[in-house]
Design a protein around this ligand. Structure first.
Ligand code: ADP
Ligand code: MG
Length: 181
C-alpha cells in the first residue's frame, strides 16, 4: 500500500505541473498574438481627411436627398476583382428604395460606399449635386443616417442611446418625430 500511496501522490503533483504548463503555454501564445496584432494595426492605411476645409458642404446639405450613382465601380483591394461593376442609376429624393440581390451580390458594399467605408475604384456618387468623394469623411458621415440590421444599444441611459454625441437638448429629443415614413 505504501507503493500505491507514493504513486498517487507523485501522480497528483504531476497533474498540477501539467495544468501549470498548459496555462503557461496559453499565456505565452496570447502574448505573442498581442504583439502580432499591434504589428498589424501599425500598417493600417489611414482613411481620407475628416474635414476638407476648402470644400465643406453647406450646413443644410443634403437638402433633398437625390442620390446619383455614375458608373460606380468598387473593389476591396487593388488586385481583387470588382464587386460592383459600374452601376449607373438615380434615386429620386423622398422615395423608398429596396435593393435586392442574392448573398454576396454587393448590397452591403453599396451602402458602405455611401459612407465611404470603401472608396470607389472608378465612378462617383453624387448626393444633391455634391460628389461625396470631394468632402471630408466627418461632413459626409454626420449627414447620413443608417439603421443597421442588428440593433445595438450602448451601455448607459436611453437618453445617451438616442443622442450619444450630446448634440441635442432634452427638449429637442422630446420633440423628435419621424418626418418621412
Ligand atoms: N471587407 C471585404 N473584403 C473583401 N471582400 C469583401 C468584403 N466585404 C464583402 N466582400 C465581397 O464583396 C462581395 C459583395 O459582398 P456584400 O456587399 O457583403 O454582398 P451582400 O450584402 O449583397 O450579401 C462578396 O463577393 C464579398 O465576398
Ligand atoms: Mg449584406
Amino acid at each position: 500500500t505504501g507503493f500505491v500511496g507514493m504513486a498517487l501522490s507523485y501522480g497528483l503533483s504531476l497533474n498540477m505541473s501539467f495544468v501549470f504548463s498548459i496555462q503557461n503555454q496559453c499565456n505565452l501564445a496570447n502574448q505573442i498574438i498581442s504583439v502580432e496584432r499591434v504589428n498589424q494595426y501599425m500598417d493600417i492605411q489611414s482613411e481620407a481627411a475628416e474635414v476638407v476645409e476648402e470644400n465643406r458642404p453647406s450646413p443644410d446639405w443634403p437638402q433633398d436627398g437625390n442620390v446619383e450613382l455614375r458608373d460606380l465601380k468598387i473593389r476591396y483591394r487593388k488586385d481583387a476583382p470588382l464587386v460592383l461593376h459600374g452601376i449607373t442609376c438615380r434615386f429620386e429624393a423622398g422615395n423608398k428604395i429596396g435593393i435586392v440581390g442574392r448573398t454576396g451580390s454587393g448590397k452591403t458594399t453599396l451602402i458602405g460606399a455611401l459612407f465611404r467605408l470603401v472608396e470607389p475604384a472608378d465612378g462617383k456618387i453624387i448626393i444633391d449635386s455634391v460628389d461625396i468623394s470631394t468632402i471630408g469623411l466627418h461632413d459626409l458621415r454626420s449627414r447620413l443616417g443608417i439603421i443597421p440590421q442588428d440593433p445595438t444599444l450602448f451601455q448607459g441611459t436611453v437618453r445617451y442611446n438616442l443622442d450619444p454625441l450630446g448634440q441635442f437638448s432634452d427638449q429637442q429629443i422630446w420633440e423628435v418625430r419621424c418626418t418621412q415614413i
